[in-house]
Design a protein around this ligand. Structure first.
Ligand code: RIB
Length: 312
């Protein structure tokens, strides 16, 4: 099993469930509040470890109870958290998540300690980059740290996956050619390539635009529409499994974490995407971020069912 390094955010999610989202200026009554460990980086690390990956995480938390909960949740799941940094200047990142009865969500993140995940911290833990095979990053930590880590990982010959979420207005031009995989959702893809449109043709064109900028492989996650893979040799739509979603929070993180585990196990690309699709199809049927991540056996069971279905 190859080693996976996740560099990213850790947040405590305050999840508020409601029938429908408020519009600007409106107050609505919620039905439930819960606190769930989240953060895109932590969710991906948690998923990768829960699904059997050898995972280490670099990131920053505060010296508060939320930081402690984050660290112990990841550690219990098998993530190497030894080099997570506890900072005293900032509190652990927080996310306020609204989930409506259709399972859709809106999220506001206050990064807090995540912004201390900067170049000097990454330089201090360079060994983690040296020792891994796959590096996966998202965009909830300091931008300079993301670009530094990508450049350094490239220098070291690692396989690099960027999940561009939350999506910035643009990425520095020189970054694209360093990426082995970029995994935006449809909205993130269109923003990154500066195009408009909402059809599969638009997404395929958008993905090809990112290839032109130098990315090797583009994997667009499209929720119930499935995942679209595009590289110079092929373009393929991997349909999603039909399920009743109750909460889509962290579905993308689950997809990314599962995808990197499958790659680290040496699976073929098609199999890796199907594995990730199966994992995230389970995550959307459960509430919360890390609380929604399935076990390996559950994913294998779904894959077996899908294989029987495809053969009949
Ligand atoms: O992708 C879901 C995650 O986004 C949540 O866990 C929240 O913390 C934000 O980072």
């Amino acid at each position: 099993m190859k080693r996976i390094l996740v560099i990213g955010s850790l947040n405590m999610d305050m999840v508020i469930e409601m029938k429908r989202m408020p519009v600007v200026g409106e107050t609505v009554l919620g039905t439930q509040v819960s606190y769930v460990p989240g953060g895109k980086g932590a969710n991906q690390a948690y998923t990768a470890a829960k699904l059997g990956g050898k995972v280490k995480m670099l990131g920053c938390i505060g010296k508060d109870d939320f930081g402690e909960v984050q660290k112990s949740n990841l550690t219990k799941c098998g993530v190497d958290t030894d080099d997570l940094k506890r900072v005293k200047e900032q509190g652990t990142g927080m996310a306020s998540i609204y989930v409506d009865e259709r399972g859709d969500n809106t999220i506001v993140v206050v990064p807090g300690a995540n912004l201390e995940c900067n170049i000097s911290y990454l330089k201090e833990y360079d060994k983690a980059l040296e020792e891994c095979d796959y590096v996966i990053l998202q965009m909830e930590i300091a931008g300079e740290a993301i670009y530094y880590a990508i450049n350094r990982a490239k220098e070291l010959g690692k396989t690099i996956i960027l999940n561009p979420a939350p999506v910035p207005d643009s990425l520095p031009d020189e970054i694209f050619s360093k990426l082995d995989y970029i995994t935006p959702n449809e909205t993130e893809l269109m923003k990154l390539c500066g195009k408009e449109g909402g059809s599969m043709k638009d997404y395929a064109e958008g993905a090809r635009e990112l290839l032109k900028r130098g990315v090797k492989n583009v994997l667009v996650t499209m929720g119930k529409k499935g995942a679209l893979f595009v590289n110079r040799e092929k373009e393929e739509l991997f349909p999603a499994r039909k399920v009743s979603a109750v909460d889509t929070t962290a579905a993308g993180d689950c997809f990314n974490g599962a995808f990197v585990v499958a790659l680290a196990e040496g699976r073929e690309l098609d199999e890796a995407v199907m594995f990730a699709n199966a994992a995230s199809s389970i995550a959307v049927t459960r509430n919360g971020a890390q609380t929604s991540i399935p076990a390996r056996e559950e994913v294998e069971e779904i894959l077996a069912e899908m294989a029987v279905h495809a053969a009949s």
